[in-house]
Design a protein around this ligand. Structure first.
Ligand code: ATP
Length: 364
């Protein structure tokens, strides 16, 4: 676990952003509050149109909130124009100057700030080293690859030593392998510079692997903020569980509560114990979720029974899709072992055992 910094870099308090008027009005942000700590890799995660970019643009100062305030290190930043905020942005499109060299691009912001030539040269050299682009410093940015352009865009944004770096889907234009490399690179850069990174993505895997904490957004609201582990393992509601990773949803009748757990009777007739999110009192029919890796498949009787419909091989693991006798769908993820198949065939009758602490009852 990374050391938990305790000071807030950014505090967003009750921020609303409304676009348009009358019938065409859209609340891109619907009363959002969140605190982002110093030296944190913080990710805004959510589907297209949920308000991620809008929140980033308000922090950068490219747009203004309709209500609420944004504090940077405790100070209201509303009066500061974008260029006076100690915040810099890396855009999806990189926005580099193609006729300038790599070094000129990196030094551009510093020149605009009127920094002395010797200081600019020293800082550019430091940035070239940080992003491992020394060998290409004299190349024009129109003559380097997409991944290299991404490094230059990062170096240019980091050069003026912002307190906060905003990154709006910076890896989405890269192919899968390069994206994986740049994910590691970005984490290294954040760690080495100690700058607060606010990273926007709609890719849940990217968010889980890179972030210290994640805010999951939907329709202009923040639904949950937590560590990747919290978000994946203790989703607060159905949307979060569904958006992050794969999940099985089962309908159950809640027949009682005890020791903070709910007794949930599944459609198969089996009663299991399921954890409950804090402050939630489930009653009647409820949704129980189980991650595919927290269930075990066998040829004997289990908590659930059904028929194997499909087997999908993923290299490290295999996903086995089962049609339960209740008609519900259920996927089990099984780790692969060397030179052995998954042990089941399409059409086989199987039992599924749900692991201890694996089931959770969620708010719909
Ligand atoms: P994406 O992942 O597709 O970039 P996003 O989560 O960043 O999406 P936003 O760009 O913040 O979402 O948009 C949030 C909502 O506000 C959307 O419904 C969008 O159509 C609307 N919106 C954003 N900017 C404007 C604008 N300038 N005028 C009107 N509506 C806007």
């Amino acid at each position: 676990m990374p050391e938990q910094p305790d000071k807030n870099a950014i505090e967003v308090r009750g921020v609303r952003k409304v676009f348009g008027t009358g019938e065409n009005q859209v609340a891109a942000l619907d009363t959002v509050s969140v605190s982002i700590r110093e030296n944190e890799f913080f990710t805004l995660l959510g589907p297209s149109g949920c308000g991620k970019t809008t929140l980033l643009r308000l922090i950068a100062g490219f747009d203004f909130p309709s209500a609420g305030e944004i504090l940077l290190h405790g100070q209201d930043i509303a009066p500061l124009p974008p260029f006076k905020r100690p915040v810099n942005t890396v855009f999806q499109s990189y926005a580099l100057f193609p006729h300038m060299t790599v070094a000129q691009n990196i030094g551009f912001g510093l020149e605009m700030l009127g920094k002395p030539k010797t200081e600019i040269e020293a800082r550019v050299a430091q940035m070239l080293k940080l992003v491992k682009m020394e060998a290409l410093k004299a190349r024009r940015t129109s003559q380097i690859s997409g991944g290299q352009q991404q490094r230059v865009a990062l170096a240019r944004a980091l050069a003026p030593q912002p307190k906060v770096l905003l990154l709006d889907e910076p890896l989405s234009a890269l192919d899968y392998k390069l994206r994986k490399e740049m994910q590691i690179e970005l984490k290294r850069l954040q760690h080495e510079t100690g700058i607060t990174f606010i990273f926007v993505t709609h890719d849940q895997e990217e968010a889980l692997t890179m972030s210290d904490r994640i805010a999951v957004m939907s329709a202009g609201k923040i639904l949950q903020v937590g560590t990747p582990w919290d978000i994946y393992d203790k989703p607060a509601e159905r949307f979060v569980a569904d958006f992050i990773g794969e999940t099985n949803f089962l309908t159950a009748a809640i027949t009682g509560m005890g020791n903070g757990k709910a007794r949930a009777t599944l459609k198969s007739g089996t009663t299991i114990e399921a954890t409950v999110a804090e402050g939630f009192q489930p009653k009647g029919n409820a949704t129980v979720v189980v991650r595919p890796e927290h269930a075990k498949l066998s040829n004997s009787k289990g908590d659930l029974s059904g028929t194997v419909e499909n087997i999908v091989y993923f290299g490290t693991d295999t996903h086995i899709h089962v049609r339960l006798d209740s008609g519900e769908a259920f996927t089990v993820r099984q780790q692969n072992t060397r030179s052995a198949g998954c042990g089941f065939e399409r059409g086989a009758t199987v039992g599924i055992t749900i692991g201890n602490d694996a089931a959770q009852v969620l708010r719909d």
